[in-house]
Design a protein around this ligand. Structure first.
Ligand code: SF4
Ligand code: SF4
Length: 295
């Protein structure tokens, strides 16, 4: 069983309890304007260029097959419109400095488990474990299930971060081997949700309800995005929906610009470059609204 993985991060403390290894699965049905992992969205392999690592050896120019990389005085120039997944795959291993990487590798459950096992001691001491993230990990339900089962068999706690925008069957398949769902809920208004993420929120809310009815352990996470959901009245509406569903575990995640450089690295336009982060005071005010229970 192989999965399409674009990154594995060890020692994460933001994606569930304790110290965790986060496995990032590639492919997402959403296109959030603020996405901090643009390389996660397409399920195809893609080139990722890190200018700070480049030693300007120009080996990639010689290996280029479609004119996708040319030379300049400043180093290589990538012509993204000519650089599809076929070209990206051909460039694998060419760069001696890891400045050119291919995001999206097919790897086996056992290969991932070999990385996961290295930090078993940290999971045990901190109450941590493994989190599947993405992209949307439940676009690969069979791989996710096998990986989560393998963790369970070795006594490693499991969490899944999901958009909820998948068929219910995909969620049901991993339900028995998932200790915690980190569930994204972005906007209470379906049309606003669509305009900021590319999809409406109906399936997301329906699956959230079904997951709660199934007795899953759910923690809802809401990214606070200026212009989309950063008004107290919007977050109050969301809190009421969660209260009605009986979901008390919830957090706000402040908008940030940490991923902005990644857009340049994978040649994807980024429309939120000039958007300011919210102040701590503002986040505290919004948290008070969002965390307050009404029913
Ligand atoms: S759901 Fe997450 S990974 Fe997918 S586009 Fe939105 S922010 Fe990016
Ligand atoms: S092969 Fe790597 S280090 Fe050399 S120019 Fe290309 S990106 Fe830079």
């Amino acid at each position: 069983m192989r999965g399409n993985v674009f990154d594995i991060q060890r020692y994460s403390i933001h994606d569930g309890d304790g110290i965790r290894t986060v496995i990032f699965l590639k492919g997402c049905p959403l296109r959030c304007r603020w996405c901090s992992n643009p390389e996660s969205q397409s399920s195809k392999p893609q080139l990722f260029y890190s200018q700070s690592r480049c030693i300007r050896c120009l080996s990639c120019v010689s290996a280029s097959t479609n004119g996708e990389i040319t030379a300049s005085d400043q180093g290589p120039v990538i012509h993204w419109q000519k650089c599809g997944s076929e070209e990206a795959i051909k460039l694998a291993g060419v760069c001696p400095a890891d400045a050119l990487m291919i995001k999206g590798q097919k790897i086996t459950v056992e290969e991932v488990m070999q990385v996961i096992r290295r930090d078993r001691m940290f999971y045990e001491r901190s109450g941590g474990g493994v989190t599947l993230s993405g992209g949307e990990p439940l676009l690969q339900p069979e791989f996710a299930k096998h990986l989560l089962q393998a963790c369970r068999e070795e006594g490693i706690p499991t969490a899944v971060e999901t958009t909820g925008y998948v068929p219910w069957e995909n969620i049901a398949r991993i339900l028995p081997c998932t200790d915690l769902f980190l569930y994204d809920f972005k906007s209470p208004d379906s049309e606003i949700h669509r305009s900021w993420t590319g999809v409406d929120n109906k399936r997301i809310l329906q699956n959230l309800k079904q997951l709660q009815t199934a007795g899953a352990n759910i923690h809802v996470r809401t990214p606070v995005i200026p212009g989309m959901n950063d008004k107290p009245e919007t977050l109050r509406k969301m809190a009421v929906i969660l209260d009605q569903l009986g979901i008390t575990a919830r957090s706000l995640l402040p908008f940030h610009q940490y991923g902005s450089g990644k857009y340049r690295s994978c040649g994807i336009p980024y429309s939120m470059e000039d958007v300011q982060q919210l102040s701590e005071e503002r986040m505290m005010e919004l948290n008070q609204v969002f965390l307050a229970q009404k029913v």
